[in-house]
Design a protein around this ligand. Structure first.
Ligand code: ADP
Ligand code: MG
Length: 378
């Protein structure tokens, strides 16, 4: 047995067909740098903007620099008896698959569409490979802001008042959509596509004209559109870690450089600040942490998630805004920073996440998938 046989084989997947492709590359760079090569044999799969899977020693750099000449096409098969990274060689007549690496655990560092929404998780379930983070349902519910809020309400967790509209409704009777939105709450109203991230397509609307514009904008990005009461709030975030018994970090606070935490405020304006820990009193801290864990459990979260909240100025009510099941993961991102402030280093966090993925897969083995009818049963 060689040394590398003893190491856990970790496959990090990054990039992806999502508006958050570039953020994923940044997260993956930090994770790859922190994975301990004494413990792990690490492999990389990159997914291009077009959804092409590629592999190689430093695919991350190749993908970041858009220098893909000479890299191999790759795939993962859904068949659990053939799980592993395959290279696809393109011949003149046929394409051939060649198993190049078996894998013990996959770390999907894919934010947003197809990565955080249960799609890739479904493939990994079929392949019966351990993977970091939430399963299919929690990922999908966490991604869809409308369903997520329904689940929150069903669990008595406060959320800002909202209404969900379809793109079709906005096309067929925009006047009615506006009327119903205005009935929800006084301006400002927030409009957002149900399934997106990074504030893409999110508008803060101060009047009817802006609402109309906001609805049109959101409808470009999704079939389902959410209109929400605007809360005059501080933005509080809590990191959650674990499977059956998740723990919550200290809360952090975002001070957006913009009127709200828009795409530019998130990624292009260095005046936006992360304050860690958030200056809150004991009761507020406990309230935020407890809400974060309840939120996580309500969607059946696993591994990790960052729960984002709105602490209303004046009333002090904490509304849960959203959950991110694959939060930004660079060294300076809120999720790992909050753990660092709570006593878990970046490297330890990654070790724990891989451990949780293995634990979850072991737990899955306790489920029987085949029903064998007992003899004599009616
Ligand atoms: N109901 C709301 N009240 C006040 N601010 C909001 C509300 N909804 C969203 N925001 C603001 O818009 C930002 C982006 O919205 P969010 O729902 O978090 O979408 P995304 O998934 O794109 O981050 C939030 O960080 C916050 O600044
Ligand atoms: Mg957000």
């Amino acid at each position: 047995m060689t040394d590398s046989d003893k190491k856990l084989r970790v496959c990090v997947i990054f990039g992806g067909v999502s508006g958050e492709h570039e953020i994923s590359l940044l997260s993956a760079r930090s994770i790859l740098a922190a994975l301990d090569s004494q413990k792990y044999a690490v492999f990389q799969i990159g997914i291009t903007h077009d959804g092409v899977w590629i592999t190689g020693d430093d695919i991350l750099t190749a993908l970041s620099d858009n220098q893909l000449n000479g890299c191999s096409y790759a795939t993962l098969l859904a068949d659990p008896t053939r799980a592993g990274i395959y290279r696809i060689s393109t011949g003149n007549v046929v394409e051939q698959l060649e198993l190049i690496q078996k894998v013990d655990v996959v770390f999907p560092v894919l934010h947003g569409t197809f990565g955080e929404d249960g799609s890739i998780q479904g493939l990994l379930e079929l392949a019966n490979v351990a993977y970091v983070g939430s399963g299919v349902v929690a990922s999908a519910v966490g991604m869809d802001k409308g369903i997520f809020k329904d689940v929150m309400r069903a669990n008595g967790i406060p959320v800002a008042d909202y209404r969900l509209f379809s793109r079709r409704e906005t096309k067929e009777d925009i006047a009615l959509v506006i009327e119903e939105s205005e009935r929800l709450a006084p301006y400002p109203l927030f409009v957002k596509p149900a399934n997106l991230g990074s504030s893409v397509g999110v508008s803060k609307c101060h009047n009817r004209a802006e609402l109309l514009q906001g609805l049109k904008e959101a409808a470009r990005y999704d079939r389902r559109i959410l209109v929400e009461k605007g809360i005059n709030a501080r933005e509080i975030e809590v990191s959650v870690l674990g499977n059956e018994e998740p723990i919550a970090s200290l809360p952090g606070e975002i001070i957006p450089a913009d009127e709200f935490y828009s795409y530019d405020a998130k990624y292009h304006d260095d005046r936006s600040q992360l304050i860690i820990p958030a200056p809150l009193n004991e009761a507020q801290i406990e309230n935020a942490r407890e809400l974060a864990v309840r939120t996580y459990k309500a969607i059946d979260g696993a591994g990790m998630a960052r729960v984002d909240m709105l602490l209303e100025k004046g009333s002090g009510i904490i509304f849960v805004n959203e959950i991110n099941t694959i939060p930004g993961f660079t060294q300076i991102s809120m999720y790992p920073k909050l753990w660092e402030a709570s006593g878990i280093s970046y490297t330890e966090l990654i070790d724990r996440l891989i451990g949780l993925a293995m634990e979850r897969k072991a737990e899955r083995q306790n489920t029987t998938y085949r029903y064998i009818r007992e003899k004599g049963a009616k």
